[in-house]
Design a protein around this ligand. Structure first.
Ligand SMILES: [Fe+2]
Ligand SMILES: [Fe+2]
Length: 193
C-alpha cells in the first residue's frame, strides 16, 4: 500500500502551499507586508494544476473507482469527494479572479482576496481530512491485494504517462520554485520587509 504514503505526501505538499498563502495574507493584514504577486500567482497555479491534473485523477480513477466496487456503501462519501474535485476547480477560478482584482485594483480588493484564500483553505482541509480519515480506513479494509497493486502503480507513476513520474518531477520543480520565492518561515526566499 505504497499509494497511501504517496497520497499523504501529496496532501502535505498541497497543504504546505495553502498554509503558505494563509501566512502571507496574515502578514499583509497584520504587518502591512507588501504583496508578492508573482509568488501568489505561482502558488495558485500549483494548487490548481497539481491536484487537478495529477492528484485527483488518480484518486477518482483508481482508489475511488475500486472502493466503489468493493464497498458500495461508500457511494455517498465518494460521490461527495468526487463532487469536491469538480467544485474545487471553480473555487480556484474565484481565487484567480480575486488575485487579479487585488493586483490591478489595489488595496481595496485585498479583503475579498483574503477571504477567497481562507475559504479555499477551509474547503481543502476538510476534503483531505475526509480522504485520510474516512476513505483510507475503508480502502485498507475492503480493497484486495490486486486492487492495491493497480493503485500503487498509478500513484507511483507507472501506469499513466499523464500523471506519471515525469509529470511528478515537474510539480516538484514548481514546488521548489515556490519555496525559493517565499519568505521565511514559508520558504527560503527574500524577506517580505
Ligand atoms: Fe481528493
Ligand atoms: Fe486527495
Amino acid at each position: 500500500m505504497k499509494a497511501i504514503r504517496v497520497i499523504r505526501d501529496e496532501h502535505r505538499a498541497i497543504a504546505a502551499v495553502v498554509h503558505g498563502m494563509i501566512h502571507l495574507v496574515r502578514d499583509i493584514r497584520e504587518r502591512g507586508a507588501k504583496p508578492n504577486f508573482q509568488l501568489f500567482g505561482a502558488m495558485i497555479y500549483y494548487i490548481d494544476a497539481f491536484p487537478e491534473r495529477f492528484h485527483h485523477p488518480k484518486e477518482d480513477g483508481y482508489l475511488f473507482r475500486l472502493l466503489r466496487l468493493r464497498h458500495p456503501d461508500a457511494k455517498t462519501l465518494l460521490d461527495r469527494l468526487e463532487g469536491e474535485h469538480r467544485t474545487g476547480a471553480h473555487k480556484i477560478r474565484t481565487l484567480e479572479q480575486a488575485l487579479a482584482r487585488y493586483q490591478h485594483g489595489g488595496e481595496s480588493e485585498f479583503p475579498v482576496f483574503a477571504k477567497a484564500v481562507e475559504d479555499y483553505a477551509a474547503f481543502h482541509w476538510e476534503h483531505m481530512r475526509a480522504e485520510e480519515s474516512e476513505v483510507m480506513p475503508l480502502a485498507e479494509k475492503y480493497l484486495t491485494a490486486e486492487d492495491w497493486k493497480a493503485i500503487d502503480d498509478a500513484f507511483l507513476g507507472h501506469s499513466d504517462p499523464m500523471v506519471g513520474a515525469d509529470a511528478g518531477s515537474e510539480y516538484q520543480a514548481l514546488f521548489t520554485r515556490i519555496c525559493n520565492l517565499a519568505p521565511p518561515p514559508i520558504g527560503v526566499g527574500p524577506s517580505a520587509d
